[in-house]
Design a protein around this ligand. Structure first.
Ligand SMILES: Nc1ncnc2c1ncn2[C@@H]1O[C@H](COP(=O)(O)OP(=O)(O)OP(=O)(O)O)[C@@H](O)[C@H]1O
Ligand SMILES: [Mg+2]
Length: 509
């Protein structure tokens, strides 16, 4: 297999060990690799690199495109006759007797064709006769299995922070040029944020996003960053099992959880104030607790408070949609999250994804292992919010100290918090809380979860509406009386969770 040929191994080592793309590519060429596959949308940059390397190594260099055929960079080296077709260029290379470099642009569709594949293989096998290197460049280059042993992959390194800063400055200058040398309006902080948010993108994509951010109004403002991050996610996350959650929450949407709120507030500056070299990045929290009491809501509020994107990892999707490729897709999801950092990565109901069973050939155990390793080793600011209801199905390794900064227990709301939840959900539906006797409602809903309180309000509104009335206190009371709350139906289970949580977790109130 290609990934284990000496050439590929060498290429990989070179890619990891050195910084400069020129140096890397030259090293691959000097290692006598007949074929180089470059996946990149930075065509001009690759072509320039090849020209520079050819000049340094004193090789002839050619470029081929389907529209213009084969052209030498040096006019003296121009082929005697036109070499236009894809199979003609391959014959030309095979028969050339001089050390040369050939860059084939947009050649990837031809890699599906058996004749082309055979030609390329012949070129590779007769390498010692012509010493010519073929560089195939495309956005996606899928090398056929037959060619993989002769191919070294090459990737351009992503732009550094300084290069990204230059990209933003260039985009601003370009906008200024088009608008009578007007200056782009911005602040240092907004500039820094924009540059930071472009990390992980290729130069072309970064340029596109920077231009988009500036072009609408000639302003780079902090308030534009959520839009930038969304656009970035669209470029990166298309085929990952992560989803971008557009809806975050404010803490004013949540009744109670004062301690959790305080805990998050203290960590907020890490996300909002830029570089904090003296502080360890917050790693995340695990929220355990009773169903319907606001765990998912709190995950959304964490992203809202920090002002960063919220990405959700759905274990159901991880296991089903990509059947057979679960581990690779987990890796991909975690990589995307790192590129999107700083962000909140929300893993909802982890016990469902990680419960270790005997019936999956150890897959969930391997996924758990990969996740735990990542949780302890990740370097980027990815704040993980994991939630779980069923603590008995949660692997013990997950709750061990050190994986998360804190494990919070989300209990049924106290009387004070229930009152608060009534107020929030009444107001949300345009009812003045003052028109109701809240202490009575609070008392009547003892043992209700936040979700059950919300449901009672929703149902009571339907009843009132059906009778052509405004919502009233008796509607609510009657609805509450009819509800058999989970804490009653599942009293044992709730007690079990509470018992487990005491001593192991911190209450979020
Ligand atoms: N503390 C709360 N304050 C305000 N609303 C709440 C609260 N708890 C729950 N709710 C309401 O109930 C809905 C469901 O709650 P949420 O999904 O956050 O609970 P959960 O703990 O994640 O439940 P599950 O374990 O079933 O996933 C929320 O969208 C919100 O409208
Ligand atoms: Mg939930």
């Amino acid at each position: 297999m290609s990934s284990n040929t000496p050439t590929a191994r060498l290429a990989r080592t070179l890619m990891l060990d050195t910084e400069s793309p020129l140096h890397d590519l030259e090293a691959i060429i000097r290692s006598r690799t007949p074929l180089i596959a470059v996946e990149s949308n930075e065509e001009p940059q690759i072509v320039t690199l090849v020209r520079q390397i050819a000049a340094r190594m004193e090789l002839a260099a050619f470029r081929w495109t389907v529209t213009e055929g084969l052209q030498a960079f040096d006019p003296n080296e121009q082929p005697a006759q036109s070499v236009l077709k894809s199979n003609e260029v391959l014959s030309y290379i095979k028969n050339s007797s001089k050390n040369s470099m050939f860059v084939l642009l947009d050649f990837h569709p031809y890699l599906q064709d058996a004749v082309h594949v055979r030609h390329l293989k012949d070129i590779a096998l007769s390498y010692t006769k012509h010493f010519s290197t073929v560089v195939i460049v495309g956005y996606a280059v899928q090398m056929p299995e037959e060619l993989k042993p002769f191919t070294a992959p090459f990737r351009l390194p992503l732009p550094t922070m300084d290069e990204l800063r230059k990209i933003v400055f260039d985009a601003a200058a370009e906008w200024g040029g088009e608008h009578g040398q007007r200056e782009v309006e911005t602040t240092n902080k907004a500039m820094d944020l924009l540059v930071r948010n472009l990390v992980g993108l290729t130069a072309t994509d970064a340029r596109r996003l920077a231009t988009k951010a500036i072009n609408d109004d000639g302003v780079i403002a902090e308030s534009e960053m959520p839009g930038v991050m969304r656009a970035k996610y669209e470029l990166l996350g298309r085929d990952s099992p992560l989803s971008f959650e557009y809806e975050t929450a404010k803490f004013s949407d949540i009744g109670g959880m004062a301690r959790l709120r305080q805990w998050l507030e203290v960590r907020k500056s890490f996300f909002t104030d830029g570089n904090q070299p003296n502080l360890d990045p917050p790693r995340g929290m695990l929220l355990l607790g009773v169903q319907g009491c606001g765990k998912s809501l709190a995950a959304k509020a964490a992203a809202g408070i920090f002002g960063v994107p919220l990405l959700r990892l759905d274990f159901g999707v991880l296991y089903n949609k990509y059947y057979g490729e679960t581990e690779r897709n987990l890796r991909k999801a975690l990589e995307t999250a790192e590129v999107m950092s700083p962000c909140v990565l929300w893993m909802d109901e982890i016990e469902k994804g990680l419960a270790v069973g005997d019936d999956d050939d150890g897959l969930s155990r391997r996924v758990l292992g990969a996740l735990l390793t990542w949780l302890s080793e990740r370097r980027k600011t990815v704040f993980v919010v994991a939630t779980a209801n069923d603590i008995t199905r949660l692997p013990p390794e997950m709750v061990r100290k050190g994986r998360f900064d804190e494990i919070f227990f989300v209990d049924l709301p106290s009387a004070k918090n229930r009152q608060n939840i009534f107020e929030i959900h009444l107001r949300k539906r345009n009812h003045l809380p003052a028109k109701f006797d809240l202490p009575v409602l609070t008392e009547a809903s003892d043992g209700f979860s936040g979700s059950e309180i919300e449901q009672a309000i929703v149902s009571a509104m339907y009843t009132a509406h059906a009778q052509g009335r405004e919502l009233s206190q008796p509607d609510l009371i009657s609805e509450i009386r009819q509800t058999r709350s989970l804490s009653v139906v599942m009293a044992e289970k709730v007690n079990e969770i509470r018992e487990w949580a005491s001593g192991r977790t911190v209450p979020c109130d």
